[in-house]
Design a protein around this ligand. Structure first.
Ligand SMILES: [Zn+2]
Length: 275
């Protein structure tokens, strides 16, 4: 765990997404939860040293960000679309997945439920706790429901999966052109420290590289469509795996992620008549 600014902590070592928390005069505000129950328990013990959890923010609708909600207190805050995803997530699939990913977690899932958000928003929401102002801003990209958590006084932003720092990006629910716009918006924030959804903590100097990678995906799939390739042919031909490794723990999914990314972009680019 790193203290990335005064009273703001982040952990990049768990399998799944990066997680963090902010210690305020009025309790702890968490950002996302560890995916594996064994890690969630460790994280809960760490956070307990800093106070009671007041709010828990889920930055997006993917399971690696919200599966750990079960193990924490506090009101859960997220985009409306993330609430919809959490309500429809399958507990059976989650527990089956643990049989491959984390057998030591299986003893921790008796009575497991996904805790859905009780506070939702669409565009923006501000949390005020003591002297701390925390701005939640919808920035569509990796999905429509991405939320950036901005702590302006500390110049820290938790970007969600709109930034994958030097690991493969998942585009299976992406809005690629809005993603590029959101990266521009992140670039314009007055921030010194960025906590990406996956990969090491970084700063704004990485944003152009992230934008180039999204643009590269748009370009290779556009070319495939222009050459008349079917979606399956494009999936068989296109891989950007050589540019970055998969994030820790997800290495066996590399090929599958490439195919999912191609399928998504093929669909989006084929049906978009314009930006
Ligand atoms: Zn995600």
């Amino acid at each position: 765990m790193q203290e990335i600014a005064n009273n703001i902590f982040a952990e990049t070592g768990f399998r799944g997404c990066n997680v963090g928390f902010i210690v305020t005069e009025e309790g702890v505000v968490m950002i996302d939860t560890p995916q594996l129950p064994v890690d969630a328990i460790k994280w809960r013990d760490e956070i307990a040293k800093h106070g009671e959890v007041r709010y828990l923010i889920n930055t997006e609708p993917h399971g690696d960000h919200f599966s750990g909600n079960h193990f924490f207190e506090g009101a859960i805050v997220a985009h409306e679309g993330t609430r919809t995803a959490i309500i429809s997530a399958s507990v059976d699939n989650f527990i089956q997945g643990l049989q491959q990913k984390s057998t030591e977690s299986l003893s921790l899932v008796d009575g497991f439920e996904f805790r859905p958000p009780t506070v939702t928003f669409n565009d923006r929401l501000t949390l005020s706790l003591g002297d701390h102002i925390i701005n939640l801003i919808n920035m569509p990209g990796h999905t429509a429901y991405q939320v950036a958590v901005v702590i302006p006084d500390n110049k820290v932003v938790f970007t969600s999966d709109n930034i994958f720092y030097k690991v493969q990006a998942w585009l299976h629910g992406a809005l690629p052109f809005k993603w590029l716009d959101s990266l521009k918006q992140l670039m314009e924030l007055d921030a010194d420290v960025l906590v990406p959804g996956h990969g090491a903590i970084c700063d704004r100097s990485y944003i152009p590289e992230m934008s180039s990678f999204i643009q590269k995906w748009i370009d290779v799939v556009t070319t495939a469509i222009q050459q008349g390739l079917s979606m399956e042919e494009a999936q068989d031909t296109i891989s950007l795996l050589k540019y970055y490794p998969m994030d820790k723990g997800s290495e066996p999914m590399g090929e599958q992620v490439q195919r999912m990314n191609v399928a998504r972009l093929y669909h989006v680019l084929q049906t978009s008549t314009s930006r």
